[in-house]
Design a protein around this ligand. Structure first.
Ligand code: DGY
Length: 315
């Protein structure tokens, strides 16, 4: 039997090992004369390549699309459903690591960790000065979580350890979470107005695209810190620049940008009151291992015509 062809790019060693020798991995190629697409029986969407209906139509042997990650905004799941191609993803396994990085950004931005690091290494740091880089105290402040899904709940658990008052906004009110996690529901505008930290932990959907723009920054406190762990397009890039550069809000920490990456030389890259990480939400050793396992399990089930263990139901 010839090996099964998968199209996927830059797949990490552990994932390739889990696949074993029965698979031929073709480099990602969606060019008009791609030799890979007509042969591909499976796609591993690694690093968010666009997988849309026209691409699926050029892969007549395609039996499954296995996404390495939970967010599937780069995949047209409706188009896959109409073609009877199941789409798998990796829900749950990355909630803790993404919540950890949410807290890391909250703490780093609020307490000037990166600016402080640069200063401590610079020739200017010659004596200890208690008057410099006074940050905002995280303990006891108010956190507004946008998106009380699995990741939002993990953020709430961590924030409780910092004695934060936790507000949340979600498409649907979650009374169970309110009792279990001591979080309080607010309308979106109320949450923006009351929070010291606004953490975006929602998926990218048509409803959340451009969720934070000029009008929303106007509602936020001048001392507010915005954390974006969701997707770049949830925040309007130009409005973010304006809010940070004019002091409309104090600072931001973002793990995602629009576009991603930002073009080198982009004006956001010059701002001192902004920390940017390169989409590291799920980038921890144990999470990556679990993501690889789930990606491979979905792929194998799909090739066998079995139900995927983790199937995406809709976009
Ligand atoms: C996710 O799981 O959606 C992360 O962004 C990694 O792809």
């Amino acid at each position: 039997m010839p090996p099964t062809c998968i199209m996927g790019d830059g797949l990490p060693g552990p994932l390739l090992e889990m696949l074993g020798p029965d698979f031929e991995v073709l480099p990602w190629d969606d060019s008009p004369n791609s030799p890979a697409l007509p042969r591909a029986e499976a796609i591993i969407a690694y690093g968010h390549p666009t997988v849309d209906g026209p691409l699926m139509d050029r892969a007549p042997q395609l039996k499954v699309i296995s996404n390495h990650g939970v967010g599937v905004d780069h995949i047209d799941v409706a188009a896959a459903n109409t073609r009877n191609i199941p789409v798998g993803n990796t829900p749950g396994c990355l909630d803790a690591s993404t919540a950890d990085l949410t807290m890391a950004l909250i703490l780093s931005v609020a307490r000037n960790v990166l600016v402080g690091d640069r200063y401590a290494r610079s020739p200017e740091f010659l004596h200890y000065d208690p008057a410099i880089l006074i940050g905002q105290e995280v303990t006891g402040s108010t956190l507004g979580i946008v998106g009380m899904g699995r990741i939002g709940k993990q953020v709430a658990r961590r924030a409780a350890g910092f004695e934060m008052q936790i507000l949340y906004h979600n498409r649907n009110r979650d009374v169970e979470a309110e009792t279990e996690l001591d979080v309080q529901y607010r309308s979106f505008n109320e949450l923006l107005a009351e929070s010291d930290f606004v953490a975006l932990n929602c998926p990218l959907t048509p409803e959340t695209t451009g969720l934070i723009g000029a009008a929303q920054f106007e509602l936020m406190k001048p001392s507010a810190i915005l954390i974006n762990m969701a997707r770049g397009p949830v925040v309007e890039t130009d409005a973010l620049y304006d809010a940070l550069s004019t002091g409309q809000i104090a600072a931001a920490g973002i793990d995602v940008t629009e576009p991603e990456p930002l073009p080198r030389g982009h004006r956001l890259l010059d701002l001192e009151n902004l920390i940017i990480t390169p989409h590291l939400g799920s980038a921890s050793n144990r999470t990556r291992e679990r993501m690889a396992r789930m990606t491979v399990d979905n792929l194998i089930a799909g090739l066998r015509g079995e139900d995927l263990p983790y199937r995406v139901q809709r976009n």
